[in-house]
Every structure is written in structure tokens, then in C-alpha cells.
Write a protein that binds this ligand. Structure first.
Ligand code: CO
Ligand code: ZN
Length: 327
């Protein structure tokens, strides 16, 4: 699974341009004997047929990025954010654009560091002038962090752990699950810009239950905002975030399954942010939904960090959730 997480994490896939991630996953789905299709927006769906509960489990393929909005005469690129990035997180970082183009994020003046904003920043692709820059990138090209996936102590660090870790967990659970439930494994597009792929795929699949697998914040770093989630204490069962109040029956069932399997879990209240379940649960007449999250530090940076034990428990937890009778 480590090699898979590494490949997924390092792949290029900002919102709207998930092709590379999708083909990696399609490669993994080969020979699994599941019905696999891609819908109109680009969501990838693998179906495990059955006569039990219809469960949609979603993980998003896209990652945050920077979209080129303007190129100046000297060849420097200005940009707009795709998803929730912080100016401080991109300064001095390396970026990757389509066609293997690399960039560094710079800031106009040293004074600007005090009151940093994207307006005062630019991407430098090493071009000598506008013409040379436009030979390599276009208006609308999107840059993503360039960062190698690497184990750090008992933890994993890399870009786009949000939510390639979820994609890897879906693939791992797919391998192990033994159940008569009908399961739709959905690898969604455009989560970071408003849960868009989850919305259309939930409408099409119309499941009995929706589950999202994603990362969440933690409150265990120095002076962190108070949050009762830590790395290394197990995956979380979402109670609430800005996109959903988890359905009480789904949430309680998830907790019961974890307890039955002896899997440590943490109840999660996330004060900012959302997941695909936010779109799924308000689809059609309403779909009872919940979320399993993997605690993550430094979300939406080039070095998102998750705990190896949480990932392993997450794999077991997700498998058990998909095998449950949900009655
Ligand atoms: Co995210
Ligand atoms: Zn996410």
C-alpha cells in the first residue's frame, strides 16, 4: 500500500484536471472483476454488485493548486488559488505545471512577508520573458505542489495526502471486502472547489448510505486551535463539519462497528472545511451519510502528515464498515 500511496501522492491532479490520478487508479482496478466507468464530469466509479445495502463510498482525486491568470513582460506568472491555500504555505515552494514545467513561488518585497497575500506573489518558471513563458504555460494552467512522498518517523509526509490517502484506502478496502452489500467505490473530481463530483455521482448512484473517506485537521501541534483529534489515536468518526452534521444512525453505527472490531477511533468536530459527504447527504430526497477521516497535520501544504497506524486502522475500519449489515 505504501508504494500506491507514494504514486498517488506524487501524481499531478488539481481540481478539474484529475486525469493522471484517475489513470493510476484505473490501472489498479484492472483485473479486479468489477464494473468500472467514468461519468460525464470525470468521476471514476467501481461497482461491487450485491443484494444488500447500497453503499456509496467516496474519496476525492483532486488536490489544491494555483491557476495562472496573467503573465507579465518579464515572464513571471500571477495566479488565483484553486481550493483553500494559504499564501504562507506556498512561499519558496516548488510547483509542477503540465508538461513537466517547474516553478518557484516568490514574493515581491521583503516587507510583504508581514502581510502576505497572493496578489503580492508570483510563480517563476525560469523564463526570460513573456514569450518564453507562454511557450511553456498558458492562461488557465494549474500548478500543484511538487514534493516527494516520504516516511517521517512513524508518519508519512507528502503533498495531496488530502485525499490520495482516501483513494488508497478505497482501493485497499476493495481488495479485502467480503459482503453481499452493493458497493460503489467513487473516486470524485473537484471536491476542493465545492464537492462538485460527489454531487452528480450521488445523484446517479442513489445509494442507501453515503460515506466519505478524507483527511481532517488535528489539534496536537504547539498552540494549535483546540480540537480533540490527534495523530496516532485512530481514524475519526465525523460528528460535524461545515458541510454536514453526520446522520445520527450512520455515526452511531460507525462507532459501534469500530468498537466491535477493536479499532480505536476519535469523534471528530471540524470547525472549518467539509467533505464529499456534505454533497452526498443532500442529494435527491436525502441520503444518510457519514465520514471516516484520517487525522492530518499541515493540510493543503506541500508536507501534509498522517500517521501510519491511523492509515492501517483506517483500512480495517473502512473494510468493516462496508461489510456491515447497516440494519
Ligand atoms: Co482538502
Ligand atoms: Zn479532502
Amino acid at each position: 500500500m505504501l508504494k500506491l500511496i507514494k504514486n498517488l501522492s506524487e501524481a499531478y491532479g488539481p481540481s478539474g484536471r484529475e486525469e493522471e490520478v484517475r489513470s493510476l487508479i484505473q490501472e489498479e482496478l484492472k483485473g479486479k472483476n468489477l464494473e468500472v466507468f467514468t461519468d460525464a464530469l470525470g468521476n471514476l466509479v467501481a461497482v461491487k454488485e450485491g443484494r444488500g445495502k447500497k453503499i456509496m463510498v467516496a474519496a476525492h482525486m483532486d488536490e489544491v493548486g494555483l491557476m495562472v491568470t496573467h503573465v507579465d513582460e518579464e515572464g513571471f506568472l500571477r495566479f488565483a488559488n484553486i481550493g483553500g491555500l494559504q499564501p504562507a504555505s506556498i512561499l519558496g515552494r516548488c510547483f509542477l505545471l503540465p508538461g513537466g514545467v517547474k516553478a518557484t513561488a516568490g514574493v515581491e518585497k521583503p516587507e510583504d512577508l508581514k502581510d502576505l497575500s497572493f496578489k503580492k506573489m508570483y510563480l517563476d518558471i525560469g523564463a526570460r520573458d513573456k514569450g518564453e513563458a507562454l511557450g511553456q504555460v498558458g492562461i488557465g494552467s494549474v500548478a500543484v505542489f511538487e514534493a516527494a512522498f516520504t516516511p517521517v518517523g512513524g508518519r508519512y509526509s507528502g503533498k495531496a495526502m488530502d485525499d490520495r490517502i482516501g483513494c488508497a484506502l478505497l482501493l485497499a478496502a476493495m481488495e479485502e471486502v467480503r459482503t453481499d452489500n452493493e458497493i460503489y467505490f467513487v473516486f470524485t473530481v473537484q471536491e476542493e472547489v465545492g464537492l462538485r463530483g460527489a454531487r452528480t455521482s450521488a445523484y446517479r448512484l442513489n445509494p442507501d448510505i453515503g460515506l466519505a473517506v478524507d483527511v481532517t485537521r488535528s489539534g496536537d501541534t504547539p498552540e494549535a486551535p483546540r480540537m480533540a483529534v490527534s495523530l496516532g489515536k485512530g481514524p475519526t468518526v465525523k460528528v460535524k463539519d461545515n458541510s454536514i452534521i453526520a446522520h445520527p444512525r450512520v455515526k452511531e453505527r460507525m462507532m459501534a462497528v469500530a468498537e466491535g472490531e477493536g479499532i480505536p477511533y476519535q469523534p471528530e468536530v471540524l470547525e472549518r472545511g467539509g467533505t464529499d459527504a456534505g454533497a452526498i447527504h443532500i442529494t435527491r430526497e436525502g441520503i444518510p451519510s457519514g465520514v471516516m477521516s484520517i487525522p492530518c497535520r499541515y493540510i493543503h501544504t506541500a508536507a501534509e502528515m498522517v500517521d501510519a497506524g491511523d492509515v492501517e486502522y483506517g483500512r480495517r475500519f473502512l473494510t468493516a464498515l462496508l461489510e456491515d449489515s447497516w440494519s
